[in-house]
Write a new protein. Structure first.
Lengths: 303, 407
């Protein structure tokens, strides 16, 4: 308890630390938001809750890491991971997802859960269980007596995440395929009647999700570290964010992503870093509870 | 890299086929081991297996194990425990009751050893393990468990002593040293924390940060911010390779200035290769280093062991051989020594012979306490100096001087 109070005291004693915590949180939150956006896409369009979301992220990280090991520049990793993971996503869609799409919730949950275990193990066999990271070798900017540090690599990573997010948003808004995806999400049957090839839309959506995750992973490996079994922590955060923000609510997903990032950092500072992820899960519980109460109220009105 | 290892496995298999035919005169001692070939401990599990296999090959090339005038060679049945404790225990049962294994080599990690030890104890099977350092393994009264490595509470405790020495050199009290501890919440790292805080308490030092790292750590900036605010004189981080990698990367990013920083698992995280100059002047604990002056008749000096091992396993040629391999080989060596002293294949006689072990090896002295832990070998601290690991403590073995303060 003394430690908690001491930690909170530090926040007031050195107010600048708050800014650092929020900055750190927002930067990691941007990556969470990317993975969560992909999840919301698949969830909304296909009603598949992809438990392997985090493993796609890690797989993208390994694509980038592999490239760097073979002498390619690190920044190339992001577009390459996007393309490679697109392909992997498409194969996985054809092999697994297309067979469970029409089934009930549990079938798709089980299938993607199995997928998550398999992917983690395959990566473990291919790349080993050591943590890996890519060092861009850029310097770090320091402000306020060194209390605020902004590694240039992190800025580049967040910049790339923003470009990617903007690209996806524009694509969804203005391209033909984007329109088809949105139409399918609204009503798959009506879309089919109107001549949209929903099978193609599903395959495209799943591949796009996988590619977004892959690019996010390629950014993560430049700034943090990855390990074959780290996928689950990204999956959990993606679920928390989507549950908190709701489907089809893009600004909400981004805001929730950044918010959870910052909240986790505060949790880590006050309760200790071991409880960082507990904060995210606690938030999920609260959101679910709130939603439940909200729904109950609605039901009462319906009676 | 991958191709090399496949090739070497193939070559080893072929050579094994040939030598087995030629050496038919020797008997066989059947060892068993459940070890992590997949899962989160896979990297180190494979290191340990290579260490076992290498020692077995060396013993074979040097005439095998002589028991009562007859020569024997070791053969090991390995099962993959998938880095899961319950799986490890099941496989140990299977090795003992189905494969009739009478002597066991240990798995990788304290957790796995903890899962398997009750099984070997139940069947009274002597197990020499090389990769489980948790001190909780040695307070259960196990009679058949022996470990060649130093127990984990010693890993970074020497850094506390070193910090006290430096403070006294500066004309300050040892009790003025402020210590920050960040360790993972697992048995191994918690032992390290216990060892450090016990020694810090002895000196009357103040522990200003004491935090647990999560299993899936990839960001510890929250702790490092506190380090910046509270300015400890000694920072201890232990969280396997992810802890080392994250610490080194973020220490540099946040420009943290602590006079002394001590980590575990520097080699596993390859902090020099991955982060270059950012890793300079960090202290790393190790069970063993090839620059130490230990030697024996079978493997030669520590340096010779390293060179010969690299010849046998070319996939290690570009890095220094991890201590996990050396201690695995040492475990096999203890078996050979004990069998020869026991002069019998009887497992009870063997157990007593192992308990009476008192030998010098390339890996260090080996002499077991009542509880089965090795008390003849100290822990070593190395400092990363210009991209090289140099031994700086304990001073009796130190080849280099400590760089202090760090920045």
């Amino acid at each position: 308890m003394d430690q908690f109070l001491g930690n909170i005291g530090l926040l007031f004693e050195f107010p600048i630390v708050n800014l650092k915590i929020i900055l750190d949180g927002v930067m990691v939150g941007a990556l969470f938001a990317l993975a969560a956006y992909g999840l919301a896409l698949v969830w909304g369009v296909m009603n598949v809750k992809n438990l392997a979301q985090g493993d796609f992220v890690i797989a993208g990280g390994y694509v980038s890491w592999w490239l760097v090991q073979h002498g390619f520049p690190a920044l190339l990793g992001v577009p390459v991971a996007f393309v490679v993971m697109w392909g992997i996503g498409w194969v996985i869609y054809k092999l697994v997802i297309s067979r469970v799409i029409e089934r009930d919730l549990f079938t798709s949950l089980l299938a993607t859960f199995g997928l998550a275990i398999m992917m983690a193990q395959i990566m473990n066999l291919m790349f080993g269980s050591d943590t890996q990271s890519v060092d861009l070798g850029y310097p770090t900017l320091h402000f306020f007596d060194g209390f605020i540090d902004l590694p240039i690599a992190k800025l580049i990573g967040v910049g790339m995440a923003m470009i990617l997010a903007a690209g996806v948003i524009i694509f969804m808004k203005s391209s033909r395929m984007g329109q088809a995806i949105r139409a399918t999400a609204q009503d798959a049957r009506a879309a089919r009647v109107l001549g949209i090839d929903t099978e193609k839309v599903y395959a495209f959506t799943f591949s796009l999700n996988s590619a977004i995750c892959g690019a996010a992973g390629a950014i993560i490996v430049m700034v943090w570290v990855i390990q074959p079994f780290y996928g689950i922590s990204y999956s959990i955060r993606a679920f928390v964010i989507v549950t908190a923000a709701g489907l089809g609510n893009l600004p909400g997903v981004i805001a929730a992503g950044l918010g959870i990032g910052a909240l986790e950092q505060y949790g880590a500072h006050i309760f200790g870093i071991g409880y960082q992820q507990a904060v995210a899960v606690l938030l999920l519980l609260l959101v679910l509870l709130y939603r439940l109460i909200q729904q109950r109220r609605n039901r009462q009105v319906l009676k | 890299m991958k191709k090399y290892s496949m090739l070497s496995i193939l070559m080893a298999a072929v050579s094994l086929l040939f030598t087995q035919g030629a050496m038919a005169a020797c008997g066989e001692i059947h060892l068993g081991s459940a070890i992590s070939l997949t899962g989160k401990y896979a990297t180190n599990g494979i290191h340990a297996k290579n260490g076992y296999d290498y020692a077995i090959q060396v013993i074979k090339d040097n005439g095998g194990v002589m028991i009562d005038g007859k020569c024997y060679n070791f053969r090991v049945t390995y099962y993959d425990d998938e880095s899961k404790g319950d799986r490890g225990a099941t496989l140990a049962e299977r090795l003992i009751s189905q494969d009739k294994v009478q002597y066991m080599l240990g798995p990788y990690s304290s957790g796995m050893t903890k899962a398997i030890a009750p099984v070997t104890e139940k069947y009274q099977i002597p197990m020499i393990e090389a990769e489980g350092a948790s001190r909780s393994l040695f307070n259960k009264g196990y009679k058949y468990l022996f470990a060649v490595l130093s127990t984990s509470e010693q890993y970074l405790a020497s850094a506390v002593t070193l910090a006290a020495e430096m403070a006294q050199k500066q004309g300050k009290e040892a009790s003025s040293v402020k210590v920050a501890i960040a360790v993972e919440n697992d048995p191994f790292s918690l032992d390290i924390r216990a060892g450090v805080s016990e020694d810090a308490a002895k000196f009357g030092m103040n522990i200003v940060i004491d935090e647990k790292l999560p299993r899936d750590l990839s960001d510890m900036s929250a702790i490092l911010t506190k380090v910046k605010l509270l300015k400890p004189d000694l920072l201890i981080v232990s969280g396997h390779s992810k802890g080392a990698a994250t610490a080194v990367r973020q220490l540099e990013e946040q420009n943290i200035q602590v006079p002394m920083i001590a980590l575990t698992h520097c080699e596993a995280a390859n902090v020099i290769g991955n982060f270059g100059a950012a890793a300079n002047d960090i202290l790393c604990s190790t069970q063993w280093a090839e620059t130490l002056s230990y030697k024996d008749d079978l493997f030669g000096t520590a340096a010779e062991y390293e060179q010969n091992f690299k010849k046998a396993y070319p996939e290690y040629k570009d890095k220094s051989v991890p201590y996990q391999i050396a201690q695995a080989s040492a475990a096999v060596y203890v078996f050979k020594d004990a069998f020869e002293r026991a002069g019998s294949l009887d497992k009870e006689k063997l157990r007593d012979a192992i308990a009476a072990t008192d030998m010098m090896t390339f890996y260090g002295g080996i002499k077991f306490a009542e509880a089965g832990n090795n008390i003849a070998k100290p822990m070593v601290l190395r400092q990363i100096q210009d991209g090289k690991y140099n031994v700086v403590a304990p001073s009796a073995f130190a080849s280099h001087k400590l760089n202090w303060p760090r920045k």
